[in-house]
Design a protein around this ligand. Sequence first.
Ligand SMILES: NC(=O)C1=CN([C@@H]2O[C@H](COP(=O)(O)OP(=O)(O)OC[C@H]3O[C@@H](n4cnc5c(N)ncnc54)[C@H](OP(=O)(O)O)[C@@H]3O)[C@@H](O)[C@H]2O)C=CC1
Ligand SMILES: O=C1OC[C@@H](O)[C@H](O)[C@H]1O
Length: 387
Amino acid sequence: MPFNLRWGILATGGIAETFVKDLLLDPTKRGVTDVTHTVVAVASSSSKSSADSFVERLQVPAPCATYGSYKEAVNDSNVQAIYVASPHSHHFQHAMLALEAGKHVLCEKAFTVNAAQAKILCETAKEKGLFLMEAVWTRYFPLSIQVRHLVQSGAIGEVLRVVSDLSIGEEPETSWDSSHRMVNKDLAGGALLDLGVYALTWVFQILYHTLPRSQRKEPSQIVSHMSKYPQTGADESTTMLITFPTTTPSALSNRTSEAVAMTAFRVATDPDNRGSAGPSIQIQGTKGHILIFGPAYGPERYRVVPSSGSGDPATIQDVHMPIPGGARGMFWEADEVARCLRDGKLESDTLPWDESIAIMKVMDEVRKQGGLVYPENIESTVYPLNL
Ligand SMILES: NC(=O)C1=CN([C@@H]2O[C@H](COP(=O)(O)OP(=O)(O)OC[C@H]3O[C@@H](n4cnc5c(N)ncnc54)[C@H](OP(=O)(O)O)[C@@H]3O)[C@@H](O)[C@H]2O)C=CC1
Ligand SMILES: O=C1OC[C@@H](O)[C@H](O)[C@H]1O
C-alpha cells in the first residue's frame, strides 16, 4: 500500500492554491506509486468562508475540515503535516505554531526572514522529533536531480563557476500596489527573498550540495550590490558574487569556485519566454558546461556542452524534461515530504536544514551590505508574537 500523507494547509492565497491543485493530482500519472496525498484541513486567517470557498473552488474531496484560524488547523488531530503558505514575513511564527502543536511542517520559501529564525525552527523541529523542510520545489524536479548527478559524476569536470539568474521583467509601479508582498517591507518584500532564493538554490545545489556532506563548506566571501524600489525601500534588483572555498565534485584541488547570483524585477532572464536570450543558469566546469533554460524555479530543459578537445559538437546533448500533465511541478516536493515521514526522517537529504540556514545566512549578509532592514517585528525571534 502506498503511504498516504494527510495535509493541513495554512493560507488560501496564490501558492496555496497552486500547491493543492498539484497535491490533488493522481501520483501514478507522474509515475509515483509509493506515496499519496490527502488534504484534510484548510485554514484561512481571514475567515472560515475563505477556507470554504477555497475547498469548493479546488474541489478538494470530502471530508476536508475548514477553519477561520491557523490555530484550529494545527490542532486538528487528523492533520499530519502542515503546509505554510503565508508571506515569508510570517513563516517563522506560523511554522512555530505548527511545530509547537506537534505537526510536521513544509514551509514555503524564503524559509524565514533571517537565519536566526531559521535556526530556531530547525532546533525546535529537532527537539520535538518533527519533520521540517523549506519548500524549495525546484530541488525535487527530476531535471535538478539529473543535473546534480551529472555534476557529481564529473561529466563537466571540476566546476569552477556558476552563473544563475531569476529576473522577471516586471515594472513594480504597474505590476504591484505598494502593499503587495512582492514590494512591501512589512511582508519581507523584495527581489532577494522572493526570487533571489532560487538563484541561490542553484548556486548551492551545485557548489555545496554535490559534495559529500562532510566536505560542504559555506561561502568564504560574499560581495553584493542591491538597488532599492524607491516607493517602498525593498530591493528591486540584487547581484551577488559568492566565493566557495572548494570546487565540486572532488573538493581536492585546493581551488575555489565562484558564483554570480542575480535577481531583478525590471529586466528579465528570458524576455521572450523562449530561451532566445540564453540560459538562466550556467554551470561551468573544466570539461564543459551545463546550461539550464527556463525560469530558475522550474526549468524544463538543459544542454550539456563539452569543452573542445573533450568531444566534437555532435556530442552536445539537449534534454527536455517537461512537467507531466499540465501541473506546476510542486508535487515532487510533496512526495519527498511523504517519503521522509514514511521513513521517519526529520529533514530531507535534498535540502537539509544546514543548507537552508546557510542560504539564509548569505541573504542576511547581502541585506546587510545593501542596507535592507525589515521591521523589527518580522525580524524578531520571539515566539509567539502577534504580527
Ligand atoms: N513555491 C513557489 O513557486 C511560490 C512560493 N511563494 C511563496 O509563498 C508565500 C505566499 O505567497 P503567495 O501565495 O503568492 O501570496 P498571496 O498574497 O497570494 O497569499 C498569501 C496568503 O497568506 C495569508 N496571510 C496570512 N497572514 C497574512 C498577512 N499578514 N498578509 C497577507 N497575507 C497573509 C493569506 O491567506 P489567508 O487569509 O487565507 O490566511 C494570504 O492569502 C510567500 O512566502 C512566497 O514566497 C509564492 C509564489 C510561488
Ligand atoms: O516562488 C516564486 O516563484 C514564482 C514567482 O513568480 C513568484 O513570485 C515567487 O514567489
